[in-house]
Design a protein around this ligand. Structure first.
Ligand code: 2YJ
Length: 275
């Protein structure tokens, strides 16, 4: 399922959400920028201020989402990259960005959100950026993931990619999805375990990456659970917050920050879709 962000969901991102870094620090010991650099396998001292970016509002399909371009732009700028929103939209905005000579172009329609590196003629999708960013978040929040049992909930665009990334990080990954055909297809492709009973999967795992908009009740969550959760909308009940050691979520920042750093570094032959 493709979740459409709404002005409501991204309202104030990242300005009102300035505690994201402190939330991330608390959960992972690192800031968004540090995590995004790590995800792209870039040195922590990398100077990002020499890169320029443009965010193009796209009107096709369901149209412009109020605040979306501005939020993406603010996240990219927070990394130190020189970014702006183009005046024109769509192809006009794209031409404007090319004439401007920017290094990176961010743009999203209803089904794809990409960071395009103009110099290298390569792109990173938001699906990949989100999967990688939240996998790195989980790795840090779990104090290393190598050899640990990790559950990925959701075998969609983000979940399937996260399962592969976490497997490659050395985790013992299981995948679950309420549509079992999907989890089994991914399980087979990646050679990882599949658990059909979603509730049972949740209650037997401490380390979880949740790539679904599903609400999972606190009674299922293990004490001390560490949950990296990109799914929107996002809802955990009070019991979940009490029992979990960390629940890490934001509507846009981690995914976009990781897209930005990866569109500079392209860790491991990235083709926008896979690592
Ligand atoms: O430019 C705009 O304001 C809009 N065309 C942005 C559309 C943003 N796209 C979405 O929310 C889609 N669901 C795709 C996002 C992929 C993230 N998983």
């Amino acid at each position: 399922m493709m979740t459409r962000l709404t002005p409501d969901l991204i309202a104030g991102v990242p300005d009102d959400d300035i505690d994201l870094d402190s939330k991330l620090m608390k959960g992972t010991g690192k800031t968004m920028k540090e995590l995004a650099l790590e995800a792209a396998e870039l040195d922590q001292n990398t100077d990002l201020s020499k890169y320029t970016a443009a965010v193009i509002p796209i009107t096709s399909g369901m149209g412009v989402i109020g605040g979306f371009s501005k939020s993406v732009d603010a996240i990219v700028r927070r990394l130190g990259i020189q970014s702006h929103v183009t005046v024109g939209t769509d192809v006009q905005g794209f031409s404007e960005a090319l004439v401007d000579g920017v290094d990176l172009i961010f743009m999203a329609d209803d089904s794809m959100f990409v960071a395009y590196n103009v110099r290298k003629n390569k792109f990173i999708s938001n699906h990949f950026g989100t999967a990688l960013g939240y996998s790195v978040v989980l790795k840090n929040a779990a104090d290393g993931i190598d050899g640990k049992d990790v559950l990925v909930i959701g075998a969609g665009y983000v979940g399937s990619r996260a399962a592969k990334i976490l497997r490659d990080m050395g985790a013992n990954v299981s995948i679950t999805d309420k549509i079992t055909e999907k989890s089994h297809a991914v399980g087979k492709e990646l050679g990882i375990s599949v658990i059909d009973d979603v509730d049972m999967a949740i209650s037997s795992h401490k380390y979880i990456l949740n790539a679904t908009p599903a609400i999972f009740p606190g009674r299922l969550i293990m004490n001390g659970a560490v949950i990296s959760t990109p799914g929107v909308p996002h809802y955990f009940d009070e019991e979940a917050w009490n029992k979990a050691k960390a629940i890490i979520h934001d509507p846009l920042e981690i995914g976009v920050a990781t897209m930005a750093t990866c569109s500079i570094a392209f860790p491991i032959n990235n083709n926008g879709e896979s690592r």
